[in-house]
Design a protein. Sequence first.
Length: 381
Amino acid sequence: MFKKNLKIIILICTAIVIAACVIFRFVQLGNESQKFVKLSYLPIYKTWHAKDVPGDLLTDVNLAFGEIAPDFTLQVNPIKELNLPKELEILRQSYPDLKINLAIGGWGGDGFSDMAFTKETRSVFIDSIVSHLETYGLDGVDIDWEYPVLDNSGLIKTRPEDTENFILLMKEIHSKFNELSNDKKYTLSFAAPISDWAVEIFGIKEVSNTVDYINLMGYDYVGTWSQVTGHQSNLMDCKEAPDHLNTYQGIQEYLKVCRPEKLVVGIPAYGYGWRGVPSENQGLFQSAKAPIPLDESDFTYNNLKENYISKNGYTRYWDDISKAAYLYNGDIWITYEDLEAIRYKADTVKKLKLGGMMYWEQTHDFTGDIITTISKELEKQ
């Protein structure tokens, strides 16, 4: 009788210990802060130095861009003024935990549709990717196909089979990286616009399971092609907005088919402007005389902070419905990414348990304001 009771007591005690361990682990996991991706694109067609990169705040940088050659191999052609191997070596020595990836393609980057069309051409491309990653000592690749099926730039070849071939391409890169995982774990990501049509043409439901994360380009909702002023990266919708594009709703479209931790929300480090803007509603959502061409302006965050934000006759306004700021001097109207807007986006990333944030691009903000704000807000408990 005593032995029977002893066994029961032991079993009960064992169960209590196991339950306590499980509860402790759940509490421990709940107290652990999420590790967010904090990424900036770094163009190799501009001059910069390793000291310009805030590697202590970033988790990743994506070198932009590699190109697809006619023979379907990868080419990396930095401008001659940029000593890329030297700067990368300094970056690695200064920030050993910083992941340095290669982005391929970009706006107007052609060659994807033909390269992805057959298994043989995809294989040539993938082998070339691996070769370049090893040559430059890089940590991963970011595919910036803008866009499968749709040629919005008027600069690239597309075909109806692009979506299916994009999915195959990403699966085969993923498989190749897995083969190499004993030597090194490479990161695989791609860039896509925040929109419902992008969810379809990129095959997000299927392809999201093969990548580490997706860089959502939450900007260019308006631009030099727009005749009406508006926000280019607003978080929320506004009933007066002509196109009703917004980051939050775009994220929701992705979340219907994709796990939240796969999504990295992108913001711009630049703005757009219009001239001849009527004063009604401080110029917001007004028909302008003309958008200001890119070659006639410098609306990078560097220059906006130095010469425009609450300076030289420009007033900074806040649209609390859209969660976006803008500048206006009675004639010229500017949309840009404000630090207050970044805080709202970072809070959204945390509430929705998304993967992190990224911005385009590093040379547009040498002040460090953008990455400092991103890092501070994401790490805030």
